[in-house]
Design a protein around this ligand. Sequence first.
Ligand code: G6P
Ligand code: MG
Length: 217
Amino acid sequence: MKKGFIFDLDGVIVDTAKYHYLAWKKLAQSIDVHFSEAENEQLKGVSRVKSLEKILEWGNKTISESDFMKLMALKNDDYLGYINTMNESEILPDVLKVLKFLIEKEQGIALGSASKNARTILKKVNLFHHFEAIVDGNDVVKGKPNPEVFLSAAKALNINPEHCIVFEDSVAGIQAANTANMISIGIGESSVLQEADFVFADFTHINSQFLNELINK
Ligand code: G6P
Ligand code: MG
């Protein structure tokens, strides 16, 4: 049966959290706010606007609307500098193998990401052409844990949500997949991604037998 496999981008296909961290840290320093790696972890799956809101909240800062917009643009310019250096070598282990397996089996393949830079990143790492549908931060109003991004991806694939499977590294994303009535597969630590239906440390632990079971379910 044709199932819809929806991939999150950041932390699932590529590790961009390190670049988000560098860019947010630089921005936080410029406004005298401390920003740690642990705080960066909490921004996984969180939209750009919400991320800056949280950083300001943690630093007890209030700024004007226009300064807020300026800081967001600065952060993104800085982040894009890192993205610009990306190539295929940054695709996380066995992601391409799993993608190719699913394509071979004629499954629906979509991207469901909160990032407004998702298309740029997919092109940089040469994966853009593998995706039948792409839904990203430019296409949705409500961010994860709202299920909008995954429901839109299912719609674009023309596959019912209950026949979709989501790969996600963030808690908010797992909650979004569960609310969308999809099978949620956490990529990361099981202690963090407790709400997921399945958790794997990374794609090297996902074998063809497991994928076949999902397809034939
Ligand atoms: C992903 C990342 C978040 C990031 C968000 C928006 O969900 O995990 O850390 O804030 O995308 O990314 P953007 O590229 O639009 O700033
Ligand atoms: Mg992610």
